[in-house]
Design a protein around this ligand. Structure first.
Ligand code: SF4
Length: 428
């Protein structure tokens, strides 16, 4: 919905103490923020801002789609991120969480995260076990050193420990600051999973794609130190930084694929042709531009074509070989969703936001997941399904029924049985 920002009182330069109102088109206040800290550049304009929410927004949100990448609930102790990864999905229009400055230059925090967590846990205590999973930190870096003492995510951890022992909490981070609470996470190891996010193992490449993040070695230290304490840690290589050969068809750049046997090349994209409800079980085919026309290939034909990789900036082979040696119990890797690597490099060198070129339709989906949401197969080799009640669907989809409708969901492997005795019904 279109919205505007309004400052009060008005004035130039340092705006600490001013209030920013994020208004809907009808003038109603959607969010309201107080400027806690503002750095002003030589041009007199704000270069970064730290905001405090004064009208609470969406600390916890229910998801209507549940699969390997979408958990029943998300939780965020604020929004935005100062780490300024050039590939960040929060740059996408759908995720425009920033309120007053562009992505990477603004963060906002809630100062009641602990009480919001308690309210969330009490409100949802009646839900069945398979709904009791939360992913923290999808819209912000909750352990960012500049905000962690304001937003206090560690108090949210204690709320889960006190009121939500039977919930699974997935935490994603790039910040070694989380290690200050390593002992608390170890106490909660039956109910937490920590995903440490990388896109490359190469420090020089990291400075191109992740201008403000902790170094690769600092992040590997998070994996090693938490793992040593028995915490379930996942290495997350997302998005993979693979630079493809590209070709422009009708004004759109596409990846070039090559036939494994004939070595013929053609531009194209991957497309999910059959879904089983979670990414790993999806069947992905290729659509190619052959002899001047677009042609959908059968799944068997698709398997003969592979994308032409110009450079693997992520060192994926090394990451795949080593994640277990670092101490992680799970690994996941996913290709780019929105940007091509050459565009990210150009955007970095020109100090601008990258131009999105790809939509989800051509996302090649999960390419490697281990204990990270892959389909569990039955004895016949088909994805195992389980009937559950669709508490995640909006009530209007219940068609007037008092209880949620029954739906079949694919059983996913998240490695829970490696550290929890709870039966999660659709997750093992
Ligand atoms: S750390 Fe995550 S949220 Fe922050 S800029 Fe990077 S990708 Fe975005």
């Amino acid at each position: 919905m279109p919205h505007t920002y309004e400052y009060s009182p008005k004035g130039a330069g340092n705006g600490v103490g001013r209030v920013s109102k994020d208004k809907n088109a009808d003038g109603g206040i959607r969010h309201q923020y107080k400027i806690l800290d503002e750095k002003v550049g030589a041009d007199g304009q704000a270069s970064t801002r730290l905001l405090q929410r004064t009208k609470e927004g969406d600390t916890y949100r229910a998801q209507t789609k549940i699969n390997a990448f979408n958990f029943p609930f998300t939780g965020n102790s604020g929004g935005g991120c100062f780490f300024q990864c050039v590939y960040c999905f929060l740059r996408q229009p759908f995720f425009q969480m920033h309120r007053t400055l562009p992505h990477g230059r603004e963060m906002d925090v809630t100062t009641n995260f602990a009480s919001a967590t308690e309210i969330f846990l009490k409100k949802n205590a009646h839900l069945p076990q398979y709904m009791k999973r939360v992913q923290w930190g999808v819209a912000t870096e909750m352990w960012h050193p500049r905000t962690v003492d304001l937003a206090k995510p560690f108090e949210g951890l204690r709320a889960f420990q006190k009121h939500g022992q039977n919930w699974m909490l997935h935490i994603v981070t790039k910040s070694p600051k989380i290690l200050d609470w390593a002992d608390l996470l170890a106490e909660m190891k039956h109910q937490v999973q920590v995903e440490v996010s990388f896109v490359t193992l190469n420090e020089a490449a990291s400075r191109i794609f992740e201008t403000g993040t902790p170094s690769v070695s600092q992040r590997l230290r998070i994996v090693e130190e938490l793992a040593k304490k028995g915490v379930f840690v996942r290495v997350m290589m997302m998005p993979c930084m693979r630079e493809y050969q590209l070709n422009t068809i009708d004004g759109t750049r596409h990846i070039v694929f090559q036939h494994r046997e004939t070595h013929e090349k053609a531009a194209g994209f991957k497309r999910v042709t059959e879904r089983d409800g979670n990414a790993e079980g999806d069947k992905v085919g290729v659509e190619l531009h052959l002899n001047g026309r677009w042609k959908k290939l059968s799944l068997a034909e698709s398997g003969l074509w592979k994308p032409v990789i110009v450079k693997d900036w992520s060192d994926l082979a090394q990451a795949q070989q080593k994640w277990q040696n670092w101490g992680a119990k799970a690994y996941k890797q996913k290709d780019m969703n929105y940007f091509y690597v050459d565009e990210l490099i150009s955007a970095h060198s020109e100090d601008r936001a990258p131009k999105a070129e790809r939509g989800r339709v051509e996302d090649p989906t999960a390419e490697c997941i281990i204990h990270s949401g892959e389909s569990v197969l039955d004895e016949a080799g088909t994805p195992r399904q389980v009937e559950v009640r669709a508490h995640h669907k909006p009530k209007k989809n219940w068609n007037g029924a008092k209880t949620p409708p029954a739906v079949m969901r694919s059983v996913m492997d998240f490695g829970y049985k490696l550290h929890s005795e709870i039966d999660w019904v659709d997750c093992i």
